[in-house]
Ligand binder design. Structure first.
Ligand code: HPA
Length: 266
């Protein structure tokens, strides 16, 4: 089924993985917390994307995190890189083929809420797809493409994230993430619209992967690391530089949350 999974299994053996992770901008250092067993550059794996955005390494790392066998997709391809919303299809299909039951997505995001500033962590409760794109368009999957998106962000996994956050004194909010295609940042008018529509955070990723994860039958959880107030909320311009530097500041808390989450699967 998955040519990439065959290559990975040939190196890591028959034992699969419990969880798969996709890391957002500036959050790749999580791979340092993993006791690494194997690493594959995306270019070694059939149909994996070439990811060129700074802050994204482009490697599949297999190893142990708090005792659980995990697969980490360090580096994601974004819709804005190729106009292909299904760019992460092969990596996510590979996680499923390796036996993952859950997919944990992360991203750097802008906050639309005054009370949720840079440094906040937000578990996604739902999303709004403002991009007009969908990774399942043209996939030719027949009726399987009509994927249910009620509770797309698994309520049990969300509860588990909150439980781990509270036992570790990590502040974890919850909210709705709106996907804009990027790569330009949003305008202040778009952010006012997103807020009126019920978005708590905005970003350029995660949603296509959540849809693909549900398509492949994975349970999905996602965490936003808030790196900035969204466009127009402060007097300052937005930049990818700020996204990366602010994400790194939250990395230790993010890592503790994710490691604890992985440990609950050991
Ligand atoms: N908008 C979109 N993507 C982002 C932002 C933002 O404000 N911050 C980090 N990624």
């Amino acid at each position: 089924m998955s040519a990439a999974a065959d290559i990975v299994r040939a190196r890591i053996g028959a034992e699969g993985v419990r969880l798969g992770f996709v890391l957002g901008s500036g959050l790749g250092a999580l791979s340092e917390a993993i006791t690494e067993e194997a690493r594959f550059d995306y270019c070694e794996l059939p149909d994996f994307p070439a990811s060129g955005v700074s802050g994204h390494a482009g490697a599949l790392v297999i190893g142990r995190l708090q005792g659980a066998r995990v697969a980490l997709l360090a580096g994601r391809a974004h819709y804005y890189e190729s106009a292909d919303a299904s760019a992460m299809r092969a990596p996510i299909e590979t996680l499923k083929a390796l036996g993952a039951e859950a997919l944990v997505l992360s991203n750097a995001a802008g906050s639309t809420r005054e009370a949720m500033g840079p440094g906040a962590l937000m578990a996604l409760s739902d999303h709004i797809n403002l991009s007009g794109a969908n990774p399942l368009i043209g996939l030719g999957g027949g009726d399987a493409c009509f994927v249910n998106m009620v509770d797309a962000y698994d309520p049990d996994l969300r509860a588990r994230l909150h439980e781990i956050a509270s036992t570790r004194d990590i502040l974890l909010g919850e909210g709705v993430y709106a996907w804009f295609s990027g790569p330009s940042f949003e305008t202040p008018a778009e952010i006012r619209m997103a807020r009126m529509l019920g978005a708590d955070a905005v970003g350029m990723s995660t949603v296509p992967e959540a849809i693909l994860g549900r398509y492949f039958g994975l349970r999905v959880a996602a965490v936003s690391v808030i790196t900035n107030f969204a466009a127009g909320m402060t007097g300052r311009p937005l930049s990818h530089e700020e996204t990366k530097t602010e994400a790194i500041k939250s990395e230790a808390r993010f890592r503790a949350l994710i490691a604890g989450f992985a440990g609950s699967f050991a």
